[in-house]
Design a protein around this ligand. Structure first.
Ligand code: SF4
Ligand code: SF4
Length: 467
């Protein structure tokens, strides 16, 4: 990998806009990602209980709502599984297709792309922006530059607000934000996100990819000669005599080939459209985020010339050498399998999560009490968690503990609202039988649903301690 451009980013890049299939794909992903991020909290979603916001992370209520999925604090391991899945998926995709995540899905790419759209809409395309940059400060320059930064700040602030409203009611939080009554945490979050978004997407731009992102540093260890990456076909582009501009007889491909020149007409368009300002003709570089915009640019030139597309294309090192690209390799299969297993586990775990949970914790001080009538009493804190969206009623009984009585105090009926939990103090009084010397008895609590979504009883093993 060449490092020629690693530490020499252009100080002020003005990438040219380009049309083509990869640009369309990037724009499509950008629109979809923005639609999801900015609109989801505003979408209402009816639930039997709980808020009517489609996606809401309710920290005080310890509930995380994603459409019909309601996660509780104890489901946090799903997040661990999701992070693991994201990591192996990233490794899998990188091994196959290089840095496509960077080029299409990374937040930095998406926001920088949106900022560049704004810049282009206000200041014009590359040539106009270069001219504006060189001209002295005058009313036109102040207006255009000022408007650009205002629009960037607007998008950055809306990004911060959109993030913050995932953690509460979107309508209420937005209203309170603009009327000065929002919680301090919201103002803090919005200020931090506005500043970081504005600085990274508006000022740092490609510097983040080139100097700050750790992923670009270790991506090369995941590449091999069969990884599909954006590559310049050196043999075709340079020939034996190098690239040459299409002047005079060099406009004709046959003449060029006869003179030993390749198909690269040295138009420089692939460099001008590059968002990180590198020249793909210098080989694979750490600054290349594999956005493929240089492919679109070069394909456009090849189309104009009437020559075959693909001088710059997605291919592997083996492909460029005329060898076969091997997709199925131990590493790819391994990452693919890990991705598949992590997906299956996550889906299974969510689909089979219990809607009724119960546990009993023995109160240990004291472990037992001998009552005046000679019976032995043990106490337990019994917890029932009804995770369903329906109200439920239960009965609690004992199994394998004859001669024992269960006392739930003032509670006659165990009834719970939808998505709620309760704690009950359960006392068990045991009548000691002649010759009964066993000190530790195993028994079970049996929680039987009488009404509600869950119909299967829950058995909770426990112990009864004797003197
Ligand atoms: S766009 Fe294609 S033809 Fe133009 S300089 Fe780049 S590689 Fe050469
Ligand atoms: S070299 Fe091509 S693929 Fe790489 S970042 Fe630049 S435009 Fe994107």
């Amino acid at each position: 990998m060449s490092t020629e451009h690693v530490i020499q980013p252009k100080s002020s890049l003005h990438p040219r806009s380009v049309e083509g299939r990869f640009r369309n794909l990037k724009t499509g992903i950008l629109v979809l990602a923005y639609a999801v991020f900015f609109l989801l909290p505003w979408l209402r979603w009816e639930r039997a209980v709980g808020p009517d916001q489609s996606v809401l992370f309710d920290i005080p209520g310890r509930r995380y709502y994603i459409f019909d999925l309601v996660m509780h604090a104890q489901d946090i391991f799903w997040l661990t599984a999701l992070l693991f899945l994201a990591a192996v998926l990233l490794f899998f995709v990188t091994t196959l297709l290089g840095r496509v995540f960077c080029g299409y899905f990374c937040f930095q790419t998406l926001w920088t792309d949106a900022f560049r759209f704004i810049e282009r809409a206000i200041q014009g395309d590359r040539v106009a922006r270069l001219r504006l940059e060189k001209q002295p400060w005058n009313p036109e320059k102040i207006r255009k530059i000022g408007l650009t930064h205002l629009a960037w700040l607007g998008l950055a602030m809306w990004t911060g607000i959109s993030f913050a409203i995932y953690w509460g009611d979107a309508y209420e939080l937005t209203w309170s934000f603009f009327t000065g009554t929002a919680p301090a945490a919201m103002y803090g979050t919005v200020i931090i996100l506005t500043l970081t978004t504005y600085l990274t997407a508006g000022w740092a731009k490609e510097y983040v990819c080139l100097h700050m992102c750790p992923y670009s540093r270790f991506q090369s260890v995941m590449f091999d000669q069969d990884t599909m990456i954006v590559s310049y076909d050196m043999n075709r582009g340079e020939g034996t005599a190098g690239r040459v501009k299409p002047v005079k007889e060099m406009r004709d491909q046959t003449n060029r080939q006869a003179a030993g020149h390749g198909d690269c007409v040295d138009c420089g368009l692939c460099v001008q459209v590059c968002p990180t300002g590198i020249d793909i003709r210098d080989g694979l570089q750490i600054g290349c985020i594999h956005c493929a915009l240089c492919i679109d640019a070069c394909d456009g030139i090849m189309d104009k010339q009437g020559w075959k597309r693909g001088l710059i294309r997605y291919t592997s090192e083996h492909g460029l050498e005329g060898k076969k690209t091997k997709i199925l390799k131990l590493r790819t299969v391994g990452y693919g399998l890990a991705t598949l297993l992590a997906t299956i586990y996550l889906v299974w775990s969510i689909a089979s999560s219990k809607l009724l949970e119960a546990n009993a914790v023995q109160i240990r001080s004291p472990l037992y009490v001998t009552l005046s009538d000679g019976r032995i009493q043990n106490s337990y804190e019994f917890k029932i968690n009804n995770k369903s969206m329906e109200a439920a009623r239960y009965t609690l009984t004992l199994e394998n503990l004859p001669n024992a009585e269960l006392d739930l105090g003032q509670i006659n009926e165990l009834s719970l609202k939808p998505d709620s939990s309760m704690r009950v103090l359960a006392k068990i009084r045991y009548t000691v039988q002649p010759g009964d010397t066993l000190k530790n008895r195993e028994f079970q609590f049996k929680l039987t649903p009488l009404e509600g979504k869950v119909t299967e009883p829950v058995i909770i093993p426990s112990h009864f301690i004797m003197p």
